[in-house]
Every structure is written in structure tokens, then in C-alpha cells.
Ligand binder design. Sequence first.
Ligand code: ATP
Length: 368
Amino acid sequence: MDSPKISPENRISPEKKRIAIIPGDGIGQEVIPQAVKVIQASGADVELTDFDWGADRYLRDQTTVPAGGFATLARDFDAILVGAFGDPRVKTNIHAKEILLGMRFTMDLYANVRPVRLLDAALCPLKGIEPQDIDFVVIRENTEGVYTDAGGVFKQGTPDEIATQEDLNTRKGVERIIRYAFEYCRHNKKQDGSPRAKVLMCDKSNAMTHAGGLWQRAFKEVSAEYPHIAAQHMYVDALAMQMVRDPRQFDVIVTNNMFGDILTDLAAGLQGGLGMAASGNIHPGKTSMFEPVHGSAPPIAGKNVANPFGAILTAAMMLAHWGMRREAEKIEAAVLEAVREKKTTQDIGGPLGTREAGEWVASRVLSY
Ligand code: ATP
């Protein structure tokens, strides 16, 4: 098995970066334009190209991903900035599956990196928690697990119906995501500049013994290669409770696709809600995809109320990934200022609409 030398945020390249912009559906169409405004205000040397993939296009001509679409993204772009997919008019959600899961699987974007940071104490529902208390990252396996849709339904619609959903775990997939977590820990610092120091692997190996056993063995072997990083383990149920009781204890968490999905929604709650959470879908050295953690949120779509900060912080994460630290820092500082001054959408206590909050942040970024 090859062991890539990964430095997840180390690609510093002077040339212009090409970004594919795919707003998608629902609030994706509202928050991504704000993220784009902010990227432009930051002065980052980028070239942006819009893609219309999503429900509207699918309903128009039945296209989910145009022929050669993923190959084009991989060949012609350095990154993809995505909004969200999912539209009540497409009952099967086929376009979302083919575009989003297709991108993750076909482009092998195996590391879903979800930083969990508290910008302001007022955003956290827990008592007595300060921003420095919440600064961890969840590294979620992104190409395997139950999301591969292996399994099937037998005797559907009858009282004897049987449904199976396989949890697929490969040695290669498990080992590389665990190694990615250790490399992330090694190469990234906390917000306060202190080094990251521990990796916690989370599973349910007491009940799911086959898959859990593989995760346990791989974690033991890979962690032995990193003697200076503390290796810990927790069952997912215990971790969910601990995340609420004492989020200070976490640093880097690595887990499978489904546990990562669930835990990061819980973690988003600690940061001020889904509207505040950013993520990257990464394969080191290849075109990666960045998207806010939230979905298309149909109930609030088209009302100019969606919080654009998750998308804006996602854009900052993308720039930092390339080593554009100055630009990323300007964006993060402007979002922090917006939160402190209540220049935000209603979900986090401010009076502004999506557009107005995005424009406020963009104007602050321009002024730095
Ligand atoms: P998915 O399964 O695609 O991740 P979901 O159904 O779990 O999506 P979301 O679409 O992310 O959930 O949204 C759930 C709810 O969270 C929304 O209806 C909305 O109330 C709230 N929400 C999500 N994102 C935002 C946002 N950016 N701003 C404000 N509220 C949001």
C-alpha cells in the first residue's frame, strides 16, 4: 500500500487558481454568490467558472452530470465550490446523488474535513464555553460505508419485505483516512497557534465487530507510525455525549462516513448551527471540492434568510488549502467581526438578509 506524504494545506503555488462554481439547489443558489463576492473582495488570484448542475437543469433536460463532467472538473480546475443539492420537485433526489456522491466517489475525494470552531461565545448553546474551548476537526471517510448504497430490497411493499444496507469498509479506505487524520494533526495548528496533538478514532466496534475490527487494527498500526501524536478511541455513542458535555477535550477526530455525517451536524450545533459550518472534500494532490455542511434547506430557500457564513468560511478554507493564508485570514476576520457586531442573518441573532450579510462581510474584507 502506498503511503502518500500528505500535507493537507501545503500546496503553495503562485499561479492563478481555477475554481468551478456549482451553486446547485435551494439556498445553495443564495449563499454561493455571497461566497463568490467575498472571494473576489479578498483579492485572491482566481478564475471562476459557473456550472448550472442541479435540479433546474435536471428538470429542463434530464441531465444530472453532463457527459465527461467529472473528467472536466478534474482536468481543468483546481477546486470546486459547491452549494447544496436537493429539491422537492425531484422526488428521487437522483440529481443530488449523481452529482454530489458522484463527485465524492468518482473523483475519490476520500477525506471530508470539517473544522469545528466557535467564533463567539454567544453562538454556542452550551453554558460557560468560550471560543478557545471549541477548536477541533472531524475527518470523515467520504467514499465508503453505508453511502455506497450496497444492499437491496426484497419483496418490497409486502409484509415480508427485507431491506439490507451494507456498511462497506476496505483496508485501503480505512487506512488512508486514518493516515490523513494523523498527517492533518501533524501539519495543522489550532487557532491560537498551539500545535495539534491527538487523534481520536471513533467507531462502534463493540456492536459492529467486523467493520469495527478493521478500523481498530488499522488505527493501531497507523498510530504506531506517529509516536508524537496521542492516539485515543471512543465509541460513537459516548463521543456524542462527550461532545456536548465537554467539547474542550477534542482535537482531531477520525471516523467513518455515517458517524462523521451525524457527529458534524451535532458539532455544527456547537458553532451556532448548520449555517456556520464549513467543509472540504479532499484527495491530496487532486482537484478537491469545498461545500458548506448544510443542505439545500427547501423550507427557507428563496427567502433571503439563509446564513451565508458557512459558505463564506468554506471559501476561506479553500483558499487556505492552497496556501492563500492572507486572503483566508481576511475572510475569517470579517466573519468574526460580523458575528460580534450582529451583522448576521436571523438564525444567529442578527437582522440582515443573506445578501446583506454577504455584502457586509465582502465590504469588510475589501477594507483590510
Ligand atoms: P442534507 O441532508 O442535504 O444535508 P438536511 O435536510 O439535513 O440536508 P439542511 O437542508 O441542511 O438539512 O437544513 C435543515 C434545516 O437547517 C433547514 O431547514 C434550516 O432551518 C436550517 N439551515 C440549514 N442551513 C441553514 C443556513 N445556511 N441558514 C439558516 N438555516 C439553515
